[in-house]
Design a protein around this ligand. Structure first.
Ligand SMILES: [Zn+2]
Length: 482
């Protein structure tokens, strides 16, 4: 059934996939994902035409893509949900899914490989010369587990995060393969342009990254949407038959709030608008034409994607407000300014936490202040330090760990979020508001659309007249005394 369905999909999508693919060449041309997908009864069937320019100085003989959806299969070595959240996430008991690649063309060969069947490796038909552009078509199916997580069927919605093959970042001549660690966000990708055609039952409402250009209904049974998003490092969708929609505007962007259980949706929409306005003023303009805040089943709390954030439907009151603001801050730190979240999770989590603290300090009505939030982070950090010392004789507080090196979700949260937040408070206290905010504005202006390293952060502070290298190093390697 899957293959027959995939063939029908390919025929229907031919017009969408073929005509607009850019083939201009040029080293700075962004990659493009043209995706045609259909969702039906727990299975996404899709085809994409991926356009890639070889931006390196060497010929490229193959491409690699991360297959994040494969982490949900039964025999996965890396489980996508940590033990702490499994019971809440798998609301219907154990459930599995997975991604099946059906075809790749043109190519010399392809295989699903990596440490955990998490990588699609495509041997190109001929080596791609520096500056040359090529198109590769991939078709696949994604079966969804019943899980309240990034990719899965939640109780009241369907989450389609990380639903397509994502090109691995080429780093030092090698493609960086992402294993799906349960602690943290194991995603690392470059910015690209997206063009999506998406078909589903007409009674679903679609929340999406990007601007929905059209929605055509066929005889009341199916609806086909087209949308686009430029210069984003990911694309996510959420479907629900229960969504109500509130719509507003901030900083020239359309602000959407999709919800099914919120006693004060106008307040949540206003909070989303206020977040975009505040962060735009503090750090630089919001980079997308749309921002969608989406209430859905997401057991871990909230999840950021470019132009879309998932807010767990179990959250209420201040917890929901805090999560919304934290995820909105990720539009600056993660979505626009990217980083390698598998190796420097503190870069975007610490900055999103501190940005949220700044927001609440400037907005009354939530009972939250920068001082109070930082004090809570400090208490959490000290408690962790004391427990570590008692158990191990020493506390390992190095922040610059790979996701696989964290001993627990607890350690990850304390070091990436709490200590990360305290790092940015320390930088602000040390250098003063003028240099601190100038450095963050510099960081955003220089690196939005790109990928930042810890050294880039040091450089941004240097350009603002502050030598942050010692503080950053001591926090990262664990030698800082807090
Ligand atoms: Zn976060």
């Amino acid at each position: 059934m899957k293959r027959i369905f995939a063939f029908a999909l390919a025929a229907a999508c031919l017009l969408f996939l073929l005509p607009v693919t850019a083939c201009g060449g040029g080293q700075n041309e962004r990659d493009a994902y043209r995706i045609c997908a259909e969702y039906e009864e727990g299975v996404l069937s899709a085809e994409m035409q991926f356009s890639h320019t070889n931006g390196t100085g060497e010929p490229l003989s193959f491409l690699e893509f991360n297959l994040f959806g494969n982490a949900y299969r039964e025999d996965a070595a890396f489980r996508p949900v940590s033990d702490a959240f499994s019971a809440a996430a798998y609301y219907a008991g154990e459930s599995y899914g997975g991604m099946e690649i059906l075809s790749v063309s043109p190519c010399a060969a392809w295989e699903v490989c990596g440490q955990d069947e998490n990588v699609l490796r495509v041997q190109l038909a001929r080596p791609l010369r520096p500056g040359e552009r090529t198109d590769v078509s991939v078709s696949w199916t994604l079966e969804l587990a019943r899980v309240e997580h990034r990719t899965g069927i939640a109780e009241r919605a369907v989450n389609l995060g990380n639903f397509y093959p994502v090109l691995c970042v080429l780093e030092g001549g090698e493609f960086y393969e992402c294993e799906y660690y349960a602690d943290g966000d194991p995603f690392y990708s470059a910015c690209a342009d997206y063009f999506l055609s998406f078909r589903a039952d007409a009674d679903y409402t679609l929340a999406a990254s990007g601007r929905i250009l059209s929605a055509e209904e066929e005889e009341g049974t199916k609806k086909t949407y087209t949308l686009e998003l430029y210069g984003a490092r990911d694309l996510a969708l959420v479907l629900s038959k229960e969504f109500s929609v509130a719509q507003g505007e901030a900083c020239g962007a359309q602000v959407m709030y999709y919800y099914y259980d919120d006693p004060a949706p106008a307040r949540s929409l206003a909070l989303a608008e206020e977040s975009l306005t505040y962060f735009s003023e503090m750090f630089g303009s919001y980079p997308y034409p749309v921002f969608s805040a989406v209430q859905t089943g997401f057991a871990v709390g909230g999840m950021e994607y470019p132009a879309l954030v998932m807010i767990g439907d179990h959250l209420t009151g201040v917890d929901r407000a805090y999560t919304l603001v934290h995820e909105a801050a990720h539009q600056w730190w993660y979505a626009a300014v990217g980083s390698n979240q598998l190796e420097h999770a503190w870069m975007d989590e610490g900055l999103a936490e501190y940005s949220a603290a700044l927001f609440f300090d400037a907005h009354d009505g939530y009972g939250l202040t920068e001082e109070g939030l930082c004090a809570a982070a400090e208490r959490a950090y000290r408690a962790f330090y004391s427990v570590q010392e008692q158990i191990f004789g020493r506390a390992d507080t190095a922040m610059d760990k790979k996701l696989g090196e964290y001993l627990s979700e607890y350690q990850y949260v304390v070091l990436a979020y709490n200590k990360g937040m305290l790092l940015f408070r320390t930088l602000r206290q040390t250098f003063g508001d003028k240099k601190f905010f100038a450095a963050l504005r510099r960081y955003y202006a220089d690196l939005a659309g790109g990928i930042a390293s810890p050294q880039d952060l040091v450089l941004s502070f240097k350009r603002a007249g502050a030598d942050a290298s010692g503080i950053l190093r001591s926090f990262a390697d664990g030698s800082a005394v807090l």
